[in-house]
Design a protein around this ligand. Structure first.
Ligand SMILES: [Cu+2]
Length: 179
């Protein structure tokens, strides 16, 4: 009788120990796969954030200059800008077509040479066209991004109307300093 009780007690103890080991093994196994799952979820989130940030940083790197064109003026929002990438966004708020040509030159606002038709040559001594937003109809906006070195620049409208009216000669010129 006494032996039988001892054996039962021992068998019960064995069963409890086995169950404990089994639970420990299970929870251990359950914990291990949980960690990689968390890491895998976190990693794509980080990558997606980095990808979304990259294009924004590129855009933020360019200096933005808004240029208002009308009869008879060229009005940039900034007149002194840092060297490097510059995005000019020109809006024609006038009634006639206008354009915006960026010229690197040391000449003054109305000192540029002009042909017999009143047009400014876009290449020459102390004169170099860097780029342009070509002819915009009334109400239209256009942009151009240029890489500008330090220097003195003029923004002009180089359109000459059929009746011979040269927009530059009418005063469509403005200076920008890049430093
Ligand atoms: Cu014009």
């Amino acid at each position: 009788m006494g032996v039988l009780i001892w054996q039962r007690g021992r068998a019960r103890l064995g069963a409890v120990l086995t169950a404990s080991l089994f639970v420990a093994a299970c929870s251990g196994a359950a914990t291990t796969p949980a960690a990689p799952t968390t890491a895998a979820t976190a990693q794509p989130t980080t990558a997606a954030t980095a990808a979304a940030t990259a294009p924004a940083a590129t855009t933020a790197g360019a200096t933005a200059v808004d240029v208002t064109l009308q009869e008879w003026s060229v009005a940039p929002s900034l007149t002194t800008i840092p060297a490097g990438s510059v995005t000019f966004t020109a809006k024609n708020v006038g009634t006639e077509p206008h354009e915006m040509v960026v010229l690197k030159t040391d000449l003054g606002l109305l000192e540029l040479p002009t042909g017999s038709d009143g047009k400014v040559p876009e290449e020459g001594p102390n004169l170099k066209a860097m780029g342009e937003v070509s002819e915009l109809a009334a109400g239209v906006t256009g942009s151009v991004t240029l890489d500008l070195a330090p220097g003195h620049y003029l923004l002009i409208c180089n359109i000459v109307d059929a009746d011979g009216t040269a927009h530059y000669g009418k005063g469509m010129t403005s200076a920008i300093i890049v430093n």
